[in-house]
Write a protein that binds this ligand. Structure first.
Ligand SMILES: C[S@@+](CC[C@H](N)C(=O)[O-])C[C@H]1O[C@@H](n2cnc3c(N)ncnc32)[C@H](O)[C@@H]1O
Ligand SMILES: [Zn+2]
Length: 140
């Protein structure tokens, strides 16, 4: 399974998009598993409350796994929680439905130094203006 795979090296650094971001330290091939979006497994009922609290602080930390479950990257998370959103991302999220685990995978070949991004596909209030490129009209 994914956990037995070699995972490419990545590093957390300041980002031009927002705050911290995560960057490739080596070439990454398309579809490669890069990092798990780790975090406490919580029900969506609990998640709704936590998301409201986090959003009041301007932050999105919870990843919706399915209709019932979410992963809270703010509790027990790893560097994946610092991966920023882009509307033209170089990564995508992939859910291991059996284990309710979320992985970030390469959507294309990624070069060393490139910032990793994926599409948050946020639902709900959408209050945060996206800064993925000048003039982007998306709200997260
Ligand atoms: C999971 S954190 C990502 C790490 C974040 N850069 C940090 O330093 O904490 C998600 C938050 O980062 C910000 N963010 C991520 N991608 C963004 C983007 N494309 N435009 C503006 N803000 C973004 C938003 O505030 C969002 O709530
Ligand atoms: Zn955007």
């Amino acid at each position: 399974m994914a956990s037995t795979l070699y995972l490419p090296k990545v590093v957390r650094k300041r980002s031009k998009l927002h705050g911290w971001g995560v960057f490739a330290k080596e070439p990454i091939n398309k579809n490669k598993f890069i990092i798990e979006y780790a975090g406490e497994l919580i029900t969506n009922k609990v998640s709704d409350k936590r998301e409201d609290t986090y959003l009041n602080e301007g932050c999105i930390w919870v990843f919706r796994v399915n209709r019932n479950w979410s992963r809270d990257g703010h509790v027990g998370g790893n560097d994946a929680r610092f991966i920023n959103h882009s509307c033209t991302p170089n990564c995508y999220s992939w859910v291991d439905t059996k284990q309710k685990r979320v992985w970030i995978r390469a959507a294309k070949a990624i070069a060393p130094g490139d910032e990793l991004t994926y599409d948050y596909n946020t639902e709900g209030d959408k209050t945060i203006p996206c800064r993925c490129r000048p003039g982007c009209k998306t709200k997260l």
